[in-house]
Design a protein around this ligand. Structure first.
Ligand code: ZN
Length: 377
């Protein structure tokens, strides 16, 4: 074990790294020129190597690196502010079985870590020290933690660590993958915050390489599901199209098919008949918007939920002003626009009753979706 220190390299490589770092900072400042200049802080990024783990940060534009001690605790340097217990290496997702308890759901966080903290604290899901405070509650994060915002790393570590804490308390945190996670892993970097291109370059990796299978965050993300059924509610990022009903009838198989294809480039997964339907931009579970754009009537949705044997489908992806109820309560839209960095809402399901948890900690009922209100991407 060694202490935090600048990553050692031979003098020439070190100079090259420093110059690259200065260029990278300049590039970041130039890219961020429209907003206030912020220090380039990010991390930790923890990678498995030679039977151990090594943590990297970019703090004030400079790379720090540190071996992870045998007890597996990473001490904060910059970026994520709390100590982190590294999860054991496993491909089995040890989810807590769900029995009837409270559910809270949120989606489309898009790197808005500060807003996520405020929302979870105000609603008593985490305490003032950001620890899990919701006991046996099951929290569902319905995709799109990545892209757009500049605190994606912090949001991911928070969710990973809350999952560990929740499972100990008899609850769980279920992070379901959205189209943006699949895009980043597959190398479609159109929506990546410019900060992460700089961080990746400084760490000698690509952006998808930050979440490669040798990365602790990557290993966790690659094991996440896309579909989840808790009680009589189906959760997923985009939605289930009637033609793709079968994908939601065989949840385990569908999740396994996503897991096996994550990280492959878009052209490849869309060209392969075995995976095309998982990534289709109009019909697939991570992209579908048919509950919002007029493709489905309330009668169609009633038939769909009936065939799925669920009371409701909870989806993110299609942004609303508020967490809203559509199609007579059979579709609940939970992307309340956190990505804009101004407000956000949680969905609570308790004893079959649905409510919105607001940023001031108050609870209120769900508005019916106004049919002509349209939607944002
Ligand atoms: Zn989405």
């Amino acid at each position: 074990m060694d202490n935090a220190r600048p990553h050692r390299a031979n003098p020439t490589r070190r100079l090259a790294r420093l110059l690259l770092g200065l260029l990278a900072i300049q590039a970041f400042v130039a890219l961020a020129a429209e907003g206030p200049t912020v220090p380039l802080d990010d991390g930790p990024h923890v990678f498995h190597a030679n039977g151990g783990m090594r943590a990297f940060w970019v703090c004030n534009g400079l790379v720090l690196s540190e071996g992870v001690p045998p007890e597996g605790i990473v001490t904060p340097r910059c970026g994520y502010p709390h100590p982190l217990a590294m999860p054991p290496r496993t491909t089995i997702d040890d989810a807590t079985p769900y029995r009837d308890g409270r559910i809270v759901a949120v989606s489309d966080i898009h790197g808005q870590y500060g807003l996520l903290l405020r929302l979870l604290r105000a609603n008593g899901i985490i305490d003032a020290g950001d620890g899990w405070a919701a006991g046996s509650t099951h929290m569902v994060v319905a995709g799109d933690v990545m892209d757009r915002g500049d605190r994606v790393t912090e949001a991911l570590w928070l969710l990973l660590d809350l999952q560990r804490q929740a499972r100990r308390a008899g609850g769980d945190v279920h992070f379901l993958l959205g189209n943006h996670e699949t895009m980043v892993l597959g190398g479609d970097l159109r929506y990546v915050n410019p900060k992460y291109a700089v961080v990746a370059r400084l760490l000698g990796r690509s952006v998808p390489g930050l979440y490669a299978r040798d990365s602790v965050l990557g290993e966790w993300i690659y094991a996440r599901p896309v579909l989840l059924k808790l009680g009589d509610t189906l959760f997923l990022h985009g939605g289930i199209a009637p033609d793709e009903l079968e994908l939601a009838l065989r949840i385990d198989e569908t999740n396994a098919a996503y897991r096996a294809s994550l990280g492959k480039p878009k052209n490849e997964v869309r060209a392969d008949p075995a995976t095309a339907r998982l990534y289709d931009g109009k019909q697939s579970p991570i992209w579908y918007r048919g509950y919002f754009d007029g493709r489905m009537t309330p009668e169609d949705v009633r038939a769909l939920t009936g065939r799925l044997g669920v009371a409701r489908i909870v989806v993110g992806h299609t942004t609303q002003k508020h967490v809203s109820s559509l199609h007579g309560g059979r579709v609940i839209a939970i992307d309340g626009g956190i990505k804009n960095g101004e407000s956000g809402e949680l969905l609570f399901i308790e004893d079959g009753k649905l409510s919105r948890g607001l940023l001031d900690g108050s609870r209120t009922s769900l508005p019916e979706f106004p049919a002509a209100s349209g939607y944002e991407d």
